[in-house]
Design a protein around this ligand. Structure first.
Ligand code: HEC
Length: 109
């Protein structure tokens, strides 16, 4: 009898603890901002927000991630790449954002 009531107390305790954990994670939600998966795939860097707004609408961040480019002429490469997205693929990128995106890509990749 004694054993039984101990057991049910443990079960109830476990349920309460689980409920508290759920409540805790619900509460934490507004505080911890999680980036959408595609944005999170972009490396952190200056103007990440501008790049994220312009560069993952048509294809995944993998396109940027997998460019086999060394440190040489990086900026030229990314300038050409961004202009290609605009001219060849019709990406609606604001002229004023091109420099910011190139700076981001050059710094982060
Ligand atoms: C209007 C749609 C569109 C937008 C916006 C766009 N791209 Fe692309 N991107 C494409 C297409 C289409 C391809 C070619 C896909 C293929 O070959 O399968 C491509 C390919 C690429 C590639 C692979 C290499 C290459 O030249 O084909 C890279 C790198 C790339 N994009 C980077 C970017 C970056 C950086 C941005 C933001 C400045 C961007 N893209 C925005 C459409 C877009």
């Amino acid at each position: 009898m004694q054993y039984r009531s101990m057991r049910s107390a443990l079960v109830v305790g476990g349920i309460v603890a689980a409920a508290m954990m759920v409540a805790g994670s619900l509460q934490a939600k507004p505080v911890t901002y999680k980036l959408p998966p595609e944005v999170a795939k972009l490396k952190p860097g200056p103007n990440l927000d501008v790049a994220a707004a312009n560069c993952i609408g048509c294809h995944s961040a993998d396109y940027i991630q997998t460019q086999p480019e060394g440190p040489k002429f990086k900026k030229d490469f990314w300038t050409a790449e961004v202009n290609k997205m605009i001219k060849v693929y019709g990406a609606p990128i604001d002229e004023a954002d091109v420099g910011k995106i190139v700076d981001y890509l050059t710094a982060a990749y």
